[in-house]
Design a protein around this ligand. Sequence first.
Ligand SMILES: [Zn+2]
Length: 383
Amino acid sequence: MEKFIKILKEKIKNINFNTQKCKRCLMDETASGISFSENGCNYCEEFLKIYEILTKNKPNLDDLKERIIRSKPINSKYDCIVGISGGIDSSYTLAKVKEIGLNPLAVHMDNGWNSELATNNIKKLISSLNVDLYTHVIQWDEYRDLMQAFFDADVIDIELLYDNAALAVCYQQAQKYGLKFILAGTNTSTEGFRMPENWNWYKFDKKNILSISKRNNVKIKTFPTIGTIDLVFFYKFKRIKWFNFLDYLENYNKFEAISILQDKYNFKPYPYKHYESIFTRFYQGFILITKFGIDKRKNHLSSLILTNQMEKKEALEILKEIPYPSEKDLVEDIEFFLKKMKWKEKELEEYLQRPPKKHSTYGTEINIRNFFKKIQKIFPLPL
Ligand SMILES: [Zn+2]
């Protein structure tokens, strides 16, 4: 286990401090297409522009509520869908949606990696808010085979599996109940910083998932997927819309959200972003850094710096450390991961040594995405 800790520490030093950095935010040369200017970089400049527009023209929460209530089908118990992961942003969204008088159906996708903390947080929240929860459970053997296929393919975005399935379940449930609004904990003030193209992959790339799983002969039975054409169907024909709900709130602040959730719902906070899933934290805190040379904390922390939720000095100190509360916590996650994936240490070592491959090595719908991006003025899609 010592060797894995050593690899992680060395890599952090290399990718976080031996690279040219932006003067204002934390982005650096590990982000594709970055260009530095006197005061900043194209990533933070773009973020500030979007953030300014959003602060000046705050979308109106009352209007949104009105529209949601008006869209409610007769005889339906619910008026909207709220996707929840167990994380801070989505939990706070659910609490707020209920507080303003809406009747959401909470939708959760269980891929077998929920931390116990997250499971308890979801339970506490659902019962105190008195909302219904639909949980889609993917059979673990099937999900493990899919993950194995992604590891064997050496592609960067292993979380494409979770993210795509979670999107699919939200849209499917909205369709089932005739609901037009999906409210999500995605937001500009803590997440609006654009993810560099080389840091993840297109989340509606169903073809990529199917193509990679086919290489390992994985039979898909309980794994829900959504592709670009499915999205066109839901968005254009079923008129189901996705909303970054937290953008509708006055000054959404992560730290305030945590303390409200703690006080009102006995919520237990997580040490870092996305630590509601054991795999997500192991992926972001270890695999992405060691195999792919990407530290997503730069992106998350940059948005906190630019929205004055954190000092840059403090963020730089965080970037020096491993993304785990302690080395012991990391070792526990490695052991848990190996056991759950049925891997030996050697397999993890070999995986880390193999060079990464592009998602586009396999079947992909990225060209369809690019086409819709090009015509987004006349045919907008939430890509
Ligand atoms: Zn910058």
